[in-house]
Design a protein. Structure first.
Length: 161
């Protein structure tokens, strides 16, 4: 994926040189056309049809999903701050991450920590369990369900597993 991205940047630079215009709009146009070209070419190399274009779209899809849950969590925490009543139901959750690589565990832990109201505390039991503190977890199953959705989207859309 990184090699395709670097080739795409090179195609964008070549596009700018071809037109003799060195501004952001020409570069973005070159990047767009390079993206289309690499997406079409890479589909022939991957029999499942998941080339450079679909991987980048999956990454964008995860970005939109993560921004949505980030906004929801920020609104929940902001509501907690401005209301006088204490509505939190804090809980520590031991979340299983067995079978994930260290990079995948780190990415999941960072995504959890970036979301307000949750915090990755530690990786326990030889990288098999992630200890997560949740501010709003009425029961363990609902907290696990939300973490499962984040993990599943991360694994499929970012890591392609």
């Amino acid at each position: 994926m990184l090699a395709y991205f670097l080739i795409n940047v090179l195609l964008a630079v070549l596009w700018m040189c071809m037109w003799g215009l060195f501004d952001i709009w020409t570069m973005l146009a070159g990047f767009f056309f390079g993206y289309l070209l690499l997406g079409a070419v890479s589909r022939t190399w991957y029999p499942d049809g998941k080339g450079y274009g679909s991987k980048l779209l999956n990454l964008a899809s995860f970005g939109i999903y993560f921004i949505r849950i980030l906004i929801q969590a920020n609104l929940t925490v902001a509501k907690e701050v401005v209301t006088p009543k204490f509505n939190m139901t804090p809980r520590f959750v031991r979340y299983p991450v067995k079978g994930m690589t260290p990079l995948q565990i780190t990415s999941l832990a960072n995504a959890i920590t970036l979301t307000p109201g949750t915090l990755s505390v530690d990786v326990l039991d030889n990288d098999e369990v992630l200890l997560v503190h949740c501010m709003y977890a009425e029961d363990r199953q609902s907290a696990i369900k939300e973490l499962d959705e984040l993990r599943d989207r991360l694994m499929t859309e970012v890591f392609g597993c």
